[in-house]
Design a protein around this ligand. Structure first.
Ligand SMILES: NC(=O)c1ccc[n+]([C@@H]2O[C@H](COP(=O)([O-])OP(=O)(O)OC[C@H]3O[C@@H](n4cnc5c(N)ncnc54)[C@H](OP(=O)(O)O)[C@@H]3O)[C@@H](O)[C@H]2O)c1
Length: 296
């Protein structure tokens, strides 16, 4: 269709591949870039054009989306040399959907302003399974008109999207959610280890938790991996440590005490130091079991 938005896509990791594939499936012309070029094959096979740099991915596009790991990656692919801002014309919408700090995001916003680029911060809630199903929750902050123009593409990647402000609000909201998600894993790990030591049947205990007042969508998604102790990462302990660090740094700047986040950051750090950093963050259970002398 002639009026489909032309989209440049930067970052084909665990989330970027399924999210961009949903746009290709929906018929959008996509030009994709990934630092490690081999990872573009899956999208190229589905019909996407491959670009050699973020700048090239942005050239001639209406919207450029990035889904990359962290602050330094965001700055490299947007405002760095050969970045998207060198290729994007004034009026292009740049949407970053990663989890990054409000500080780095504000530096990108300042450059976007200078170049007339409309910058949306649009992080997502939901992991790889929801990205594949196209049922993420997306919350964006930035210019409202740019958000309105992107609602249709958000609808291909997510089941709900929200406009939450015109500045860094979405960055804060994402950290609010990940603090609670990361603390939930620690709470579950400690309590289940306690129950296990008391002789509870493992699977029955998880089923009952999921039918109790503390049941939640998150604990429900993780029930099977807890039962199987299969901690292949949807979102790794190292990634959660990154988000806790961003939250703690931002809390320090804003003078907000965050005692629980500080303590649980130490457990994700211990996972990284003991070879568990690439496990799913719910693998914190296996660390707790080891600390309790119940090595599995
Ligand atoms: N996984 C989840 O469940 C989940 C859920 C919600 C939000 N998030 C957030 O979404 C973002 C992406 O997560 P993910 O799980 O897809 O991460 P990932 O699998 O580790 O992929 C990271 C991507 O960033 C690229 N990248 C890293 N450093 C770069 C640099 N300096 N220059 C250019 N590209 C660079 C990587 O390229 P290479 O392939 O070359 O390494 C890769 O494409 C993160 O901010 C994460 O916190 C993740």
């Amino acid at each position: 269709m002639a009026d489909k938005l032309k989209i440049g896509w930067i970052g084909l990791g665990k989330m970027g591949i399924p999210m961009s594939a949903n746009l290709v499936k929906a018929g959008y012309p996509l030009k994709v870039y990934n630092r490690t070029k081999e990872k573009t094959k899956e999208l190229a096979d589905q019909g996407a054009e491959v670009a050699d740099s973020p700048k090239a991915a942005a050239e001639g596009q209406d919207v450029v989306v990035s889904m990359i790991s962290d602050d330094s990656a965001l700055e490299a692919v947007s405002i760095g040399p050969g970045g998207a801002f060198e290729g994007a014309k004034s009026g292009t919408i740049f949407v970053d959907m990663s989890t990054v700090s409000p500080g780095a995001s504000a530096r990108v916003a300042a450059e976007a302003e200078k170049k007339g680029i409309k910058y949306l911060r649009a992080p997502v809630s939901g992991s790889t399974a929801l990205a594949t199903a196209g049922t993420l929750t997306i919350f964006a902050s930035g210019p409202k008109d740019a958000y309105e123009q992107c609602v249709e593409i958000f609808g291909k990647m997510g089941q709900k999207s929200f406009h939450v402000g015109t500045g860094e609000e979405a960055r804060y909201l994402k950290l609010v959610l990940n603090m609670m998600v990361g603390l939930t894993s620690a709470m579950v790990a400690e309590a289940l280890t306690f129950g296990e030591a008391g002789g509870m049947d493992w699977e029955q205990m998880i089923d009952i938790v999921n039918n109790s007042v503390v049941a939640s969508p998150l604990v429900g998604y993780k029930a099977q991996i807890l039962k199987d102790r299969n901690f292949a990462p949807a979102f790794s302990a190292t990634q959660m440590a990154k988000d806790f660090d961003i939250a703690l740094d931002t809390g320090r700047i804003n003078k907000v005490p965050m005692p629980m986040t500080s303590i649980i950051r130490q457990f994700y750090g211990t996972m990284m130091a003991t070879g568990k950093g690439d496990m799913d963050f719910f693998g914190l259970l296996s660390l707790m079991e080891e600390l309790a002398g119940m090595k599995k």
